[in-house]
Write a protein that binds this ligand. Sequence first.
Ligand SMILES: *[C@@H]1O[C@H](CO)[C@@H](O)[C@H](O)[C@H]1NC(C)=O
Length: 635
Amino acid sequence: MRSLLSFVVLTLGLLAAAEPVLSPYILHEKRTHIPTGWTLKRRHDPSALLPLRFALTQRNIDDIGKYLMEVSHPESEKYGKHWSASDVRDIFAPSDKTIDAVRSWLLESGVESERIRSSPTKGWIEVTSSVEEAERLLHTEYKLYGHSSGKEHVACDAYHLPAHIAPHVDFVTPSVHFDAKLTRRDSSEPARSIGQPGTGVGPKTSGKLEAAIPNDLSTCDQYITLDCLRALYGVEVTVPSSRSNSYGIVEYTRGAYLQTDLNMFFGNFSPDLYGKSPHLVSIDGGYAQTQDQGFDFNGESDLDLQYGMGLVGPSQTVTLYQVGDISEGASFNNFLDALDGSYCYYEGGDDPIQDATYPDPNEGGYKGPEACGTVTPANVISTSYGYNEADLTPFYTARQCSEYAKLGLMGITILYSSGDFGVAGHFDLCLNPDGTQTADGMIFNPTFPGTCPYVTSVGATMVPSGSSVYEPETACEEVIYSGGGFSNYFAMPDYQKTAVEYYLTHYHPDYPADIWNSTGKSRALPDISANGANYVVAVDGEFVLIYGTSCSTPVNGAIFTMINDARLAVGKSTIGFINPTIYSSAFAGAFNDITSGDNPGCGTNGYNATPGWDPVTGLGTPNFPKLLAAWLALP
Ligand SMILES: *[C@@H]1O[C@H](CO)[C@@H](O)[C@H](O)[C@H]1NC(C)=O
């Protein structure tokens, strides 16, 4: 944020108008244009009241990657010494010096101390101020803008701060930002109804399964069941279930599971789970709605829970984080706010254009307050939703990405699916040189949050037709292609340098440098993979076949949950942020290397799966006995 601001010292002539002069005022933020749909109405009324808020600069945030490596790198002395939530809050909260500097300046400028409030997380200072006073404090002019929908917004073109205050303030609201919440009725955006992140991105199905479902391993190339996965990844060892362990699966309303589907699946494949439900934790009004049914509503949740719960077994409770009500929906930020109270306001808080706002103003919407730090995070959290990186601004993704680092500091493993369109983005969209995304775009389009270096991105494989579970898998090329590639926003983290450089040196993709991020300096994904084809899933009362990284993500989540069980049972820490560990030499061979298949998209064959890491299947699929041994060998 800071680097985007241009600081220009005003002339002394202008300063003479300001009283009291504490230090020269400098430009803090400036806007170049008004976003489309908005027009200037008039100068704002001087006596109107504004909730003037100063977002204070955070301490130590530039070091977050370093802190995370200290507790996550297997060779670090502090490996596994995760932080508490209050450690995280205290280390990154603005310093007392910052808070005092802004307070004193406000006091000296005539704001009475009763009017100066600090937010509970210390990230903000808020003053209820008249427009006249705010204009004097910020050397600005407030104006009223109107939107074609009838909505009004208060903003200014530019504002200034005293030079000695500027370094303590990220930004001020209201100011140049056009972050007025437009509801779906206001905007021309299509309604986002199903699973809001990525707007309806879900797994694919090839439809109803007509054949009888086999109960042996002879047809795993056509039908994946729990037994096929156990055989593929060696999940035959039972590990003791630790009571303190937890596995979380995240779903976004209207996406919802049906208990009748879970019963149908478990009745056939895991009778000891028959009748069992996940432990539902409602966030921002989330609930397992049953009014809208169909594959688009139930497919994802049914899949994630049937395989997630099925693999960890009956003694491990699976927590279902059900996020958002039916009308307003929710985003990853709404979920993260619920897990971490220090995130709700961090770096200015959520973006009301991307993120849902509660209480929901819509009729019948959830009227409670937005969840903020009220939910305990599970040790492993699996999410099968996503965006295209290009859907979001660099600032938005950076803010969210540093939150994943904070969860990693607390010992939590975060898994996201890498997408189902190969090198293209969700919905098969590719980038154009101007940054827009279209079906005929030529430039590879990576997915987010997988491009964030602090999450583990999961791709998809398959059992090739005619092969058994004891033969090598290939990259998934049935119905979907495994998402993979190189970020355009995030730099390559150190932990994957050796692996990715090996790939770029030995198997350099033969594409023009302007259709993929060929710099060799950007975050590469996915990190790992697992089977993503032909999953037998009970949806809406029938068995269907499902494909996608939506399948492989909860499967890996279940495996890491079992590894946490084993570590917790011997008094060790959770595995936390796994990337520095899984790329380390101690874990060489702990994933089954996938060396054939590719991930087409954007009019190309995409990348190839190759020996070692590749941008199709990452390091490969889990080998549970080897992973268990390697993780138990760590402190
Ligand atoms: C490639 O990625 C790097 C780092 O992630 C970024 O700085 C650069 O702008 C990207 N290039 C393009 C063409 O987007």
